[in-house]
Design a protein around this ligand. Structure first.
Ligand SMILES: Cc1cc2nc3c(=O)[nH]c(=O)nc-3n(C[C@H](O)[C@H](O)[C@H](O)COP(=O)(O)O)c2cc1C
Length: 173
């Protein structure tokens, strides 16, 4: 993987039916678990879902979760409260691991889209119920995974030098 994946990744919301090779799923999970975490707490848990019934239920867990119902696979990212050493930081840890999954997938030509779940309590409750999570396991996000059925166009023009500041904030008004 190179920095190219950062600049060419785009969200993918339509997938072809090809299965994602197990070794690539493992690569994504390894990348996820190599993310930084507060106090190195590594409180994450990953649920790999390929059961069409479960994917279909997850696709109605949030207002814009439909891509999960069109994907051959999804990964549910969650955190185990029992492993938390810095409990206020768990969502930041999980976000770092989610981004690692997106980039590892891209490096293998596999598309993904991140579906936000936490901190919306209604979405968390739906995912917990579908996944039969015990109370201590908190769902963070879903990632739909599969080969893109269309060629995503990399985004350009996101770098805005005016958003970069040197040293202190300078008031302009
Ligand atoms: C926290 C978070 C929540 C998101 N939730 C959704 C979602 O529910 N449904 C969806 O289709 N995309 C979701 N996305 C993907 C964004 O819509 C997407 O990243 C953004 O439009 C930029 O496009 P790009 O990923 O192609 O660069 C989410 C992304 C993030 C980081």
């Amino acid at each position: 993987m190179t920095v190219d994946e950062i600049f060419t990744r785009t969200s993918v919301r339509s997938f072809d039916p090809r299965q994602v090779p197990e070794e690539d799923v493992e690569l994504m999970l390894k990348a996820a678990m190599h993310a930084p975490s507060a106090m190195n707490q590594q409180c994450w848990e990953f649920f790999v879902v390929d059961d069409p019934g479960v994917l279909s239920e997850l696709s109605s867990a949030a207002p814009y979760a439909e891509p999960v119902g069109r994907a051959p696979l999804a990964i549910v990212l969650a955190a185990d409260e029992g492993r938390m050493k810095a409990p206020l930081m768990w969502q930041q840890d999980l976000a770092a691991s989610a981004q690692n999954i997106l980039l590892a997938a891209k490096s293998r030509g596999i598309g993904t889209v991140w579906i936000g779940i936490a901190p919306h309590e209604d979405r968390m409750a739906k995912v917990s119920s579908t996944m039969r999570l015990p109370d201590r396991i908190k769902p963070f996000c879903l990632i739909a995974v599969g080969y893109p059925s269309e060629e995503p166009v990399p985004k350009v023009g996101r770098y805005k030098p005016e958003r970069v500041h040197r040293n202190r904030h300078v008031a302009t008004d």
